[in-house]
Design a binder for this molecule. Structure first.
Ligand SMILES: Cc1ncc(COP(=O)(O)O)c(C=O)c1O
Length: 424
């Protein structure tokens, strides 16, 4: 059940009136509902527990790239979540939020030596390795520091999946993973390296996947590989199935049920005595977040009704980057008049692509009205920039009728302090 509801024609998130919070803090701002975040985590955890059984060893490692605010990571940690990280920055955030190395997996195609060493010192669960040169480097770092690095190879199964070509990571034309046909050779090679302990297999084929078919094909390939590795004498104790579970952003999105996903996992891996690792991001964080923004003005040009708002593509990149569609709602409920106005919601940034989406309103929207963009808790604030010298917007966490600022605005004056003009 959504915790975003109209009460007396005013939109509330949990028990917070969005008109009131907009007046108290500043727009634009990201607002996260703690209860929605927790419900989303619990839903996937319960679906896996129900189908796989509670005795199945598993780790839900929240994909920190989707939302890396330490308060968000902390709330998930309180529910038992681990973390999937792709940089030392994300690793430090996860540690800061309370997650220990023994619940953190280190993914990413470009880990540096410094990052490897720090992760080794933090005793992460495993390094998900994406190339032979990476494992050579890790072997060198680990052995020269008297450490043993637990590793899984990320396998690229050559399966294209995901809501947009730029978030499909499992195809042969992407930079990700080791080609499936070279996997056995890579494991044999890794066995010979000092400082390396093979512990697992990893895949992540894409994001915003709403159809189970690509997961089914990829899981079968990974199971086949597992069987071959066991015959070859490898000790595989972790199977990391990545993230990718899609959500319903707009009415035409039809994501699969979490229980069906869990059934597929069970069918392919339920008989093994391995720890199953999952790296969900979007399905936990997206619907927990909204972007609250204020109308600056409306503008009619060549029969287009533009609504210029104070949030822009630098605050929320998904529409400009992926053509992503998000629902947009007015904080003051529309009346039911038949006459509807179709507004294009645009930001102040000087790019034609600075379009947030559309809102169909039955009343004229005025300067000072508030609107929200839905489902922005994943890949929202984390992707923001200061393009057009715009400040970083605040993030707020609400629970019931309480709210806390969990990231302050970073003003242009503060950003300017990092720059200097050389004397010559
Ligand atoms: C390696 C890895 N794991 C997990 C995720 C999280 O994916 P999602 O947010 O679709 O669950 C990503 C994001 O694309 C990723 O690159």
């Amino acid at each position: 059940m959504s915790l975003l509801n109209y009460r007396n024609n005013i939109l509330y998130f949990e028990d917070v009136s969005l008109n009131e919070i907009a007046d108290k803090i500043v727009t634009p701002m990201y607002i996260y509902s703690q209860s929605t975040l927790e419900n989303n985590f619990n839903k996937i955890n319960e679906a896996l527990n129900k189908i796989l059984g509670k005795e199945q060893e598993k780790l839900i490692a929240f994909s920190v790239k989707s939302n890396s605010n330490i308060a968000i990571i902390n709330r998930l940690h309180n529910l038992g979540s681990g973390a999937d990280v792709v940089s030392v920055g994300e690793l430090k955030r996860s540690l800061n939020a309370g997650i220990k190395g023994n619940k953190i997996v280190f993914s990413g195609v470009g880990k540096t030596s410094e990052e490897m060493l720090f992760a080794l010192e933090m005793d992460v669960v495993q390094f998900n390795i994406e190339s032979i040169s990476e494992i050579n480097q890790l072997s060198e770092i680990a052995s020269s520091n008297n450490k043993i690095a637990p590793i899984a190879f990320r396998i690229n199964p050559d399966i294209v999946a995901g809501g947009h070509e730029k978030i499909a990571t499992g195809g042969s034309n992407t930079k990700f993973g080791i080609p499936y046909s070279e996997a056995l050779k890579a494991y044999e090679y890794a066995k010979s390296l000092p400082g390396i302990n093979i512990v697992g297999i990893d895949i992540h084929i894409g994001s915003q996947i709403t159809n189970l078919e690509p997961f089914s094909l990829a899981f079968q390939k990974i199971r086949d590989l597992y069987d071959k590795l066991i015959i070859g004498g490898h000790n595989i104790i972790n199977i990391d199935l990545g993230g990718g579970i899609g959500i319903k952003y707009i009415d035409t999105d039809e994501p699969f049920l979490l229980e069906d996903y869990a059934n597929l996992v069970n069918k392919n891996f339920g008989d093994l005595k391995c720890k199953l690792i999952f790296e969900p991001g979007r399905c936990i964080a997206a619907s927990a977040g909204i972007l609250l923004t204020k109308v600056i003005r409306d503008k009619n040009s060549y029969n287009n009704n533009f609504l210029v708002v104070d949030a822009a593509m630098n605050d929320f990149m998904r529409p400009a980057l992926y053509g992503a569609k998000h629902k947009i709602l007015s904080v003051n409920k529309d009346n039911n008049s038949d006459k509807k106005i179709d507004y294009q919601v645009v930001g102040p940034v000087c790019e034609t692509g600075d379009v947030m989406g559309e809102i169909v309103s039955s009343r004229i929207m005025n300067s000072g009205d508030y609107i929200i963009i839905k489902d922005v808790g994943a890949y929202g604030a984390v992707m923001s920039s200061n393009y057009n010298s715009r400040p970083s917007v605040p993030e707020v966490l609400i629970k019931g009728s309480n709210f806390n600022v969990i990231r302050k605005t970073i003003t242009t004056d503060e950003l300017l302090a990092f720059e200097s003009i050389p004397s010559e």
